[in-house]
Write a protein that binds this ligand. Structure first.
Ligand SMILES: Nc1ncnc2c1ncn2[C@@H]1O[C@H](COP(=O)(O)OP(=O)(O)OP(=O)(O)O)[C@@H](O)[C@H]1O
Ligand SMILES: [Mg+2]
Length: 272
């Protein structure tokens, strides 16, 4: 048992290293080849099996939800207010635990995961919220660098990587600005840079365009598409009807805690 566990951990580490090299090359082609080499079993990134989340007050956030997300997928979570989208996102980064059923991400079973394992999961993951909380006394560069400092990255890696992501999100000329010198869209870009800087294999976003005007929202959405094109899996809860309709990605709809729709190239499907 121990030996097979060791082997499985070693195998996983090799696959992760290889993927990380591919991501560093920033080449989709290489990423796609990796996907083929590692095969179906490793293709699956997220699996929910009969997941129910009941809150302490007895209210159900999710009811018996089962779904699979493969590496490289771009998934929109849609549904009316109170449907359970944020509940699902919280389960996917280990902030909340399912009351019943199993949430599996990569090699992690979230229900039985110990607190010590949580940072290991979070290191593979980038999270973007509607309300970006930047450190007000730090510049754009320092805010992004902070995300690397907390996971113990070397000075050398920080100096190499931070300018790359700042450029990716289009803030090269703002790197020494403080958050209160930035527009809402620019602040959201810093939030995205911060989420990407540790090269996550998946990115969760909960209404990342919720506070933005339509044009800025479209810019931010393009950034997520680019992130996805470069290999990261994206799961995004959103009310951005027009953008969802335009992009024609996978759409999972939740209503009253239940999954009611899962379309490969879906539409938003609600009026508001
Ligand atoms: N901590 C909590 N305790 C009790 N009930 C909660 C809690 N958090 C959420 N809920 C309830 O769970 C249901 C799902 O909430 P959730 O925040 O996941 O909805 P949502 O789809 O993200 O909505 P919105 O589009 O408004 O963000 C709602 O009915 C909500 O009132
Ligand atoms: Mg929500």
């Amino acid at each position: 048992m121990k030996r097979s566990q060791d082997l499985s951990i070693a195998h996983h580490a090799i696959v992760q290293d290889f993927k990380s090299v591919c991501r560093k090359l920033w080449k989709c082609e290489a990423w796609e080849r990796t996907e083929k080499i590692v095969g179906e079993g490793v293709r699956r990134l997220i699996r929910l099996d009969g997941v129910t989340k009941r809150y302490a007050n007895g209210h159900h956030g999710l009811v018996n939800v089962s779904l699979t997300v493969n590496r490289g997928d771009f998934v929109f979570l849609v549904g009316p207010s109170g449907a359970g989208k944020s509940t699902l996102i919280r389960l996917l980064y280990g902030e909340d635990k399912a009351t019943a059923g199993e949430v599996m991400i990569d090699q992690f079973r979230l229900r039985s995961m110990t607190l010590r394992q949580l940072p290991r999961l979070r290191r593979q993951l980038g999270i973007v919220f509607q309300d970006v909380k930047l450190l007000p006394t730090r510049t754009v560069f320092q805010n992004v660098a902070f995300a690397m400092e907390v996971v113990g990255a070397s000075r050398r890696d920080i100096m190499r990587r931070v300018p790359q992501v700042i450029e990716l999100v289009g803030l090269k000329n703002r790197r020494d600005n403080y958050p209160d010198q930035l527009s809402g869209g620019e602040q959201q870009r810093v939030g995205i840079a911060r989420a990407l800087v540790n090269q996550p294999i998946y990115v969760l976003a909960d209404e990342p365009t919720g506070n933005l005007d339509p044009e800025t929202a479209a810019d931010i959405m393009r950034l997520f598409v680019e992130i996805n094109r470069r290999g990261a899996t994206v799961v995004m809860a959103t009310h951005a009807r027009d953008l969802v309709n335009q992009l024609q990605r996978r759409v999972i709809a939740i209503e009253g805690g239940r999954m009611v729709r899962d379309d490969v190239r879906g539409a938003y499907g609600y009026d508001a």
